[in-house]
Structure formats: C-alpha cells, structure tokens
Write a protein that binds this ligand. Sequence first.
Ligand code: SF4
Length: 429
Amino acid sequence: MHLGLTTGAPDLIAAAIAELGTEIGGMDTPISADPDTGLPWRTRFDAKVLALEEVMLQSAAYVVCAYLSGMRDSEIQAMKRGCLSITRAEDGAILRHRIKSTAYKGKRGGGEETEWVTIAPVAEAIAVLERLSARAGQARGTTTLWPVLALRANTKTHISAEIVRQLNRYRDHLNDRFGTAQAPIIPVGPNGAPWRLTTRQFRRTIAWHIANRPFGTIAGMIQYKHASVAAFEGYAGSSRSGFRGEIEAQRALGQIDDILVYFDERQGGARLGGPAANRIGAALDTVGHELAPLPAMIADRPRLRTMLGSLARTLHVGPLADCFFDPATALCLNRISEPGATGPMIAMCEPVRCPNACIVERHRPAWQRGADEARLLLREKRLPEPQRVTLQAEVARIERLLEQIAPGAATPHSGMAGEEEEAGFRVTG
Ligand code: SF4
C-alpha cells in the first residue's frame, strides 16, 4: 500500500524492502499452537485484528455459555461481573460452579435474581469474559459481562440483539480461517446457504442432546449427561425455567426422527440384533407392508410418522443398544429399589438379556471396542484360567451379536435372551 502512494517517499521504502525484505507486522505476543497442525493458530496480531479477535472471542464465550448452561439469551445477557461463584470441598476440590443472573420468563417487571449450576467450561468462559469486558466496562461505567467492546462514540453500551449478527460473523470467521469454500467448518443450512445462527438454537440443541443422546460427548469429553445433571440442580432444572419442557419437546422430535431412520434402514435391508429384534422388525415390516406399493423414501412421511408414533414414543437410543421401553419387561427396573420409574435406566441397561433391547449397525463400534479390549486382556499370559474362559466366551458372544447385524445376515432368533442368560453373560450399558 505504501509503495502505491505518490507521497511518503515510496522509493526509499522500496529500497529498504529490497535490502531488508519484509515480514508480517504486528505484536510479538506468543501465539498458541493449533492442536491439529502444531503451528500458530493465526499470524501475528496487530491493533486491527486484535479488536476483531476480541469480538470473536466474546462470541465464542457466548456460544459456550448458551450451549452448556441451559440459560436463555436474556438470562445470559443479564450476567454481570462477579456472577460466578465456586463451592469447594474441604480438600479444595471444586464441588459446584454457580452463576447468578436474572430470570425474566413469566416475571413481571425486572425479572428475578436466580442461580444456575453449571460445568467447568462455562466457568472458564465467564473467567475469559471478566477479562475481556474489563476495559469497555470501565470506560462505560457498566458491570455487564457483555459490553460492546469497541469504544467508538455513539455505540450502544450493551451488546443485546447485536449478538445475533456477531454470532454469524463468528461463523464466517471460523469458515474463513479453518474451512474451505467447498467444506466450510460450520456446516451449511438446508438450502445450501451458510447456517444462520440464532440465540435460541443453542438451548434447543443441548435439550435435544440431553433428551436423545445423553451419553454423547461434547468437545473435551464432557458428557451431555454431566451438563444436564449440573443444569438441573439450579434454576434450569425448575419447572419455571421451561428447560425440562424444552427437553421433553426435543425428545419427542428426536424419537420420531430416530424411528424413521429405523424404518428407512429396515426398508433398505438393515438387520436388527438383540432380544427385541423380532418384535421391532415385525412392527416395522407391518408398517412397510401397509404403505406398499409406495417406496419407503417417497412414502407419505406425515402418515408414516403417525403410523410409527406409538413405537417411537417407546424408543430411547442407547450406546450399546436402543431401548424400546416396556416397563413390564424392563430388566433395568429390577435393579433399582425405588418404585415408580417411568423411563428406562439406560446406565443400567442389560442389552443382551432385556426383551426391550435392539442392536443395530450404529452400535457396532462400541461392541467392537469391547471385543478388542477383551482380546487385549487375553494376550496376558498370567491371566487366571477362569478369567480367560469368561473373556473368551465374551468375545465369542460379541462376535455372534455382530454377525446378527451384519449386512446379509439372517434375522436373529428370538431365543437369544434365554441363551445368554443361561451362559451367565451380562453386559451392562
Ligand atoms: S434394560 Fe436396557 S433395554 Fe431393557 S428396559 Fe432397561 S434400558 Fe431398556
């Protein structure tokens, strides 16, 4: 740019460049390494990109808070400096992260001060926001954790609705930095255009995961279950917050989507395994026959949803098997002392024995891992004989089970539960 100027001695600058060469300018701040490449995650900062990256960091912190806390946008944006408190045990271990903010839903006037319990990543994001908001907060005399960071005249104090535009700029920024035009790092929306982020999507998405994939993991190996256990301890767990209702609504949507996947895969020739295979296979086939001669993919989907509705309501996806829950035969319920459980205890699932358990191709990696671990143990020469026999039997059973769901395999026979019980084999989820 300088060389293009008519004033400013471009000839001297050109001579200096010829003699000294150039380098990317900016500050000497150390830049952390990108864990994927081991290289600095960006080129050096200068005053302009620093301002941009601060705004992007604020957006990233918003995503972490909105996604993992179960809080609404208004509740997040009401957070003030000092809103995070930590409860420790006598030995110093952290017991709880608590956030104080204001709940507005259904509250007259200015809302009500309320407390949320959350997990460590949200606490870390708040610690970042405390530092990030300090300068702008001080300059404007505000204690919000969400000030507009740019200190230009005539700008708002609080980020408020601007967060939506900022989140979408963050999406573009991530795509520019880490994706390509063909493969953006944030997947595109259904119409092929960049996904349009809104503040409500985060709470809904975590509600979907808590309802439908509680065993799934978020980056950093936190389980959705952990996020939900923490959230339910605080205001998000109360009926007033509406978060439970959100989860139930997402559960119903997820169950329908999951049963449609079952149906489509069954129509495509997929095999089912586990004790419930015959029952569920027959139910899906019956619906398939009723819909014939329409091919499954172009069948009347709303009608299909209705036909599969009652089966869907019993479906709970699990890591080792899916549960088509029938309380009358649920083995996991025998293992809890408190009566009145209304849903399956997936953590106590007995996928090989329970008549409600159905195993599909999606479960193969988890079973495969189990077999691999058993094989690894079997390599130990000093393994006691009884343990060796048990492990060998376990590997053989897993192999049989995987054969059942292999493409082209015969439909499993219904006596599996009894057979496994007889062999004294018990795999729990
Ligand atoms: S044992 Fe497993 S499959 Fe059976 S009801 Fe419980 S969670 Fe469902």
